[in-house]
Write a protein that binds this ligand. Sequence first.
Ligand SMILES: Cc1cc2nc3c(=O)[nH]c(=O)nc-3n(C[C@H](O)[C@H](O)[C@H](O)COP(=O)(O)OP(=O)(O)OC[C@H]3O[C@@H](n4cnc5c(N)ncnc54)[C@H](O)[C@@H]3O)c2cc1C
Length: 477
Amino acid sequence: MGIHLMLALLSCLVSAIREQGNLNLITQALKAVGRKMEVIPDPTTVHFHLPNDDLSVRIHREYDDFITELTSKFPHEKEGILGFYGDCWKIFNSLNSLELKSLEEPIYLFGQFFQKPLECLTLASYLPQNAGAIARKYIKDPQLLSFIDAECFIVSTVNALQTPMINASMVLCDRHYGGINYPVGGVGGIAKSLAEGLVDHGSDILYKANVKSIILDDGKAVGVRLADGREFFAKTIISNATRWDTFGKLLKGEKLPKEEENFQKVYVKAPSFLSIHMGVKAEVLPPDTDCHHFVLEDNWKNLEEPYGSIFLSIPTILDPSLAPDGRHILHIFTTSSIEDWEGLPPKEYEAKKEEVAAEIIQRLEKKLFPGLSSSITFKEVGTPRTHRRYLARDKGTYGPMPRGTPKGLLGMPFNTTAIDGLYCVGDSCFPGQGVIAVAFSGVMCAHRVAADIGIEKKSRVLDVGLLGILGWLRTLA
Ligand SMILES: Cc1cc2nc3c(=O)[nH]c(=O)nc-3n(C[C@H](O)[C@H](O)[C@H](O)COP(=O)(O)OP(=O)(O)OC[C@H]3O[C@@H](n4cnc5c(N)ncnc54)[C@H](O)[C@@H]3O)c2cc1C
């Protein structure tokens, strides 16, 4: 399965494509290269189908509509619901009011602190906290707490007690602030637009360039070597591979720096996904079907189990132009580990893909769409091996997952590394997984690099102080 097809079909929950606020990072990135995308507003971010007498909750675009729906299911917890989501808004509003740049750059950081001290202190106070602990301050009902777990699981693939409050708040509020907007033609269009804009502005992008190693000179990162033997040299090397891949593969043979040892102590690789991309006859979907669904059938305990819960997106609900007339596209995915798929000869691998996909489709048929299996006109299945191969991610991992109960985001490394000249970016850096989070990590990295190569202001003394403090804080996680 080509990655292009995967991207074209994946109907992500992409927010951050809007005009207002400072967290509209995709709009800002597109604007910087002279591009703008046409989008379609999504009225319902997710339709949850959960255990306990078929608990059904829709996350409406309008916050008040969502709160009205949730409190109608849990009227005795109205205060608790307002308290928990109210804290999320405090964090979101603070983040959204700041100019987002590198938290590793002291001149910017102190500048923001003097301009917005209250917002900065709010964020600092939530930095070591997790969503589950805060939810428990306000909410007692175990079903509602399980719902909050499901909300967080979508963000982080772990329950609320393990999800940093800042990450949860970014997603739980951003979806209402301007809403989720679906790019016309599919989310692959975002990368395509950015790439075209960058080339128009004089950049070169090299495709099919498999980096095998980072070249060091006297301990400093100075270049990269590709699988075909070509070498490229630069002042600065930025790795978008995960930190495990960067240090485990691209710097294989080098001693693992202490910082990375700490990261690997606090975080493990989250499992990967099994993805099913299908074309189906349109009549199998009821007329009022929502675009995004999260399905957990009988038992809350299955939330984090492999294949336990099912994510489903139907992008053609919003953008019918993606499929031929009379057809819909379904992207179904569920957590799965590479260990289930390794070592299988090709025939057995193909047979297992069919078998597991059939079970998932039957579960959706039973829960949501009777007749689904017999309405399929196209089907392709991707496994953790697909993720590993096309995204070059060790074990096809979704990203970092805390080993135990983390101290919020305290243990997450930023962009600088212990190797001079080498920076990391993406979901194994602060603030973690998800499109808005990795876009934030990209903005932070660009700023830190700009300071280091002399485009932005920097102070060597303050740098040493701040980086020392941040390194020490991470050891507390
Ligand atoms: C099925 C699924 C559904 C998701 N749904 C959502 C959603 O609805 N909303 C949301 O916000 N997030 C969603 N996410 C999460 C989001 O997609 C990720 O968090 C994000 O894409 C991670 O970005 P990244 O840049 O860190 O890594 P990646 O997207 O993995 O990008 C890294 C890039 O580096 C390249 N690379 C790696 N190693 C090398 C090498 N050695 N040489 C050359 N190139 C290399 C890879 O090919 C890849 O293109 C979803 C993820 C999955 C798997």
